[in-house]
Design a binder for this molecule. Structure first.
Ligand code: GDP
Length: 455
C-alpha cells in the first residue's frame, strides 16, 4: 500500500467561489494540523471522521486564507486512507498558496488520478468504476452522465462479475471432479458447461455490440451538416446551437470554413460541423471549403443533408444525393413554412429518415431528434444499462468472448475436461482483467495516467 501522503488541488484550475485542496495518506491529518489553526482550538487530530472545522491556513507565520477543513478517517473516505479536504476561497493564487504550505510540510504533490488510483488499490472501487469517474467528469450531456453514473455505481462491474462467477462455478466443478476422483463428485455434464458458456457468450456479445452506441452516448456524435448553398444549413446549425455560430446571409457560399459546435439533441451530444455548401465553384477558397466538407463525410457518424423544400431538386441536390449513398443520413427538408415545391416522396426514396422543418420558425426539431435517434438506434439505448466504456474494456471483453467461443468448439469436438478448463481459465482471466481484479501495474498506471491531477 502507498504510504506517502499526497495533496493536490481537486477543483478546476480556474477562479471560483471555493477551491478544494485534498490531502490523502497516513499523515494527512497531521500534515493539515501543521498548517491549519482552528478557531475552536481543537486540532484536526482530535476530530472524528466526517467532521469539519473552521480556521486559518498559515504558511509559516503568515496567514494565507480562512478555510473549512473536513476530516475523513480511513477507511471511510474516497481513497480509503485518512483524508482532509480544505475548502478555501476560490482564487488561483490563494489556492496554490494553501497547497504550497502543505508541500512545505512534507506532503507530496499527487500525480494524475492518484487519489482514484489509491481508491482502486484500497478496494474502494473496481477498475471499471474508477474509469467511470473519469467519464463522469467528462460527461457533456444527460445520456453520457447517466451512463457514467451507472458505471460508477457498478453496473458493468456487476454484469462482468456475474459472468465470471458462473464460469468459476463450472471451472471449479471441473477441477474438483478431476483432482478428487475418490470424492465421488458428480460428473461434469457437457450440457451444464454448454449452457453456461452459451449464456455468457451471448451476454458478452450484447455488450460488445453496444460499444459503438455507448461511445456515441459518451463522446457525442460526429455530425456533418451538408447541402447546397442557401438551403438553410447555417440557420439550422444556429437553431440547434441556440446561438449564432455560423454567418447567415442571402449570398450563396457565405460559409467557407467548417464551423464547429456542440449541441444537445434529446440528451445526446452532437458534435456538429456546418460546412460550406457543396457545389461546383470557381472560387478557390470556397472550393477548399467544399473539399473540407467532403472529407468530413469519411468520419461522420451522422449526416444532416439539408434540402430546400420551396424548390424542386436541382442538379446540385442530385450530386449530393449521389455522394451520400449508403451513409447514415437524415434528410432535412427545410423552409417548410414556404410553398412546397420539393418532391418529398422522391427524396424519401433515397433517404428513409426524412424530416420537414422550418429552421427559421423553429418547427420540426422534435421530429429531427427522433429521426436521429431512430437512425442510430439510440431510441432504446438504455444509458443506465451496463456498457463497455473504453477500448481497454472492449478488448478484454472481446478476448473473453473469443476464448469462450473456442471453448464451446472444444466442447463440441469432445476434448478432455482438462483442455476445456484451461480455455475457461483464460476467459475468466480476461474478465478479471476487465474489472481490474487481476491486472498488471502497467495497465493500472495506463488507466490512471488519463486522469487529471487532483482526481
Ligand atoms: P446556408 O447557405 O445553407 O448555410 O443557408 P443560410 O442558413 O445562410 O440561409 C440562407 C437563407 O435562407 C437565409 O436568408 C435564411 O434566412 C433563409 N432561411 C433559412 N432557413 C429558412 C426557413 O426555414 N424558412 C425560410 N423561409 N427561410 C429560411
Amino acid at each position: 500500500m502507498a504510504e506517502k501522503t499526497i495533496a493536490a488541488i481537486s477543483t478546476p484550475n480556474a477562479v471560483g467561489g471555493i477551491s478544494v485542496i485534498r490531502i490523502s495518506g497516513p499523515d494527512a491529518i497531521a500534515a493539515a494540523d501543521k498548517v491549519f489553526r482552528p478557531v475552536s482550538g481543537k486540532m484536526l487530530q482530535e476530530h472524528k471522521g466526517y467532521t469539519a472545522a473552521y480556521g486559518t491556513v498559515f504558511d509559516g507565520d503568515e496567514p494565507v486564507d480562512d478555510v473549512v477543513a473536513t476530516v475523513f478517517r480511513a477507511p471511510k473516505s474516497y481513497t480509503g486512507e485518512d483524508v482532509v479536504e480544505i475548502s478555501c476561497h476560490g482564487g488561483l493564487y490563494v489556492t496554490r498558496r494553501v497547497l504550497m504550505a502543505l508541500l512545505k510540510n512534507g506532503v507530496l504533490l499527487a500525480g494524475p488520478g492518484e487519489f482514484t488510483k489509491r481508491a482502486f488499490l484500497n478496494g474502494k472501487l473496481s477498475l471499471t468504476e474508477a474509469e467511470a469517474v473519469a467519464d463522469l467528469i467528462q460527461a457533456g450531456g444527460e445520456q453520457s452522465l447517466k451512463s457514467a453514473r451507472s458505471a460508477m455505481k457498478g453496473s458493468l462491474y456487476h454484469t462482468i462479475s456475474s459472468m465470471k462467477d458462473r464460469l468459476l462455478t463450472v471451472s471449479g466443478h471441473i477441477a474438483a471432479f478431476l483432482d478428487y476422483p475418490e470424492e465421488e463428485i458428480d460428473p461434469v455434464e457437457s450440457d451444464e458447461i454448454h449452457t453456461v458458456l452459451q449464456d455468457v457468450t451471448g451476454e458478452l456479445s450484447g455488450l460488445l455490440s453496444r460499444f459503438d452506441q455507448g461511445k456515441m452516448i459518451r463522446e457525442g456524435i460526429e455530425t456533418v451538416i451538408l447541402g447546397k448553398p442557401n438551403v438553410g444549413k447555417s440557420t439550422l446549425m444556429n437553431l440547434l446551437a441556440g446561438e449564432r455560430k455560423s454567418i447567415v446571409t442571402d449570398i450563396p457560399g457565405t460559409t467557407r470554413d467548417v464551423v464547429e459546435g456542440t449541441v444537445m439533441l434529446d440528451g445526446i451530444v452532437l458534435r456538429l460541423a456546418d460546412t460550406a455548401g457543396i457545389r461546383e465553384t470557381g472560387d478557390v477558397v470556397e472550393q477548399a471549403g467544399v473539399s473540407l466538407a467532403l472529407e468530413r463525410l469519411e468520419t461522420a457518424q451522422l449526416v444532416l443533408a439539408v434540402f430546400d423544400s420551396s424548390s424542386p431538386l436541382s442538379e446540385e441536390d442530385r450530386m449530393l444525393i449521389e455522394k451520400l449513398r449508403d451513409l447514415p443520413v437524415v434528410a432535412v427538408c427545410n423552409k417548410s413554412d414556404l410553398q412546397q415545391q420539393l418532391d418529398i416522396a422522391e427524396l424519401r426514396g433515397f433517404f428513409p429518415h426524412l424530416v420537414e422543418i422550418s429552421a427559421r420558425d423553429h418547427t420540426g426539431v422534435e421530429a429531427l431528434s427522433s429521426a436521429v435517434l431512430d437512425l442510430l438506434s439510440l431510441h432504446d439505448a438504455e444509458a443506465s444499462s451496463a456498457m463497455l466504456a473504453n477500448l481497454r474494456q472492449f478488448s478484454c471483453a472481446q478476448r473473453a468472448f473469443d476464448l469462450l467461443q473456442e471453448t464451446l468448439q472444444t466442447l463440441e469436438m469432445g476434448y478432455t475436461l482438462d483442455a476445456i478448463d484451461v480455455a475457461l481459465e483464460s476467459a475468466i482471466s480476461a474478465l478479471l482483467e476487465l474489472t481490474g481484479e487481476r491486472v498488471s501495474d502497467a495497465v493500472v498506471d495506463q488507466v490512471f495516467s488519463h486522469f487529471c491531477v487532483g482526481k
